[in-house]
Design a protein around this ligand. Structure first.
Ligand code: URA
Length: 188
């Protein structure tokens, strides 16, 4: 078993917060290790909880389309979430739930050694970029921290609800491609 598998096994046993009591499956994350580009969502929804994989429901299908715009596929980036278990009724994960779970993401990131982290939505951006992140104002901007380039896109669920946000996301995806190219990452 490699280090990511060991971490996955620990995570699958986790009961550190109340979400452990209501989940069907832990949604640990998928993708190659290491991975130069990592996408981080907020937490599993119903389909993810049932299948144990991130972004496999309606929002996930849109994420796949977003990735294909810049010739990225699920197989060549890592996808994870801030919390690994589904918050009931898809509510936002609470602060103490995020605090309990973030250790897993931090350990994943240590093993993944990404050059770019893309936050999907406000919750991930507030946790990984800065506490007062404003998604409407700051999506698509770049933030450098500890040798990693961070950006945030509107969450795919937000893009399903409000298609007027999609042109901005298209521009943000092109900016992501440009940044990846400038870092010499394998993306066309
Ligand atoms: N929304 C998220 O933030 N993550 C998922 O895995 C699915 C939907």
């Amino acid at each position: 078993m490699d280090n990511m598998d060991v971490l996955r096994q620990q995570c699958l046993q986790c009961r550190k917060c109340r979400l452990g009591a209501t989940r069907t499956n832990v949604v640990f994350g998928v993708g190659p290790v290491p991975s130069p580009i990592v996408f981080v969502g907020e937490g599993p929804g119903q389909q993810e909880d049932l299948q144990g994989e991130p972004f496999v429901g309606a929002a996930g299908r849109l994420l796949d389309e977003m990735l294909s715009i810049i010739d990225l596929g699920r197989h060549n980036c890592y996808i994870a979430n801030i919390v690994k278990c589904r918050p009931p009724q898809n509510r936002d994960p609470m602060q103490d739930e995020q605090d309990a779970c973030i250790v897993y993401l931090n350990e994943q990131l240590a093993l993944l050694r990404p050059k770019i982290i893309v936050c999907l939505g406000r919750i991930a951006a507030m946790r990984l970029i800065k506490e007062d992140f404003r998604i409407t104002r700051e999506h698509g901007q770049w933030f450098s921290k500890d040798g990693i380039e961070y950006t945030a896109l509107y969450h795919p669920s937000a893009l399903l609800r409000d298609i007027s946000k999609r042109p901005d996301t298209f521009a943000d995806l092109l900016s992501l491609r440009k940044k990846a190219q400038s870092l010499g990452l394998p993306i066309v």
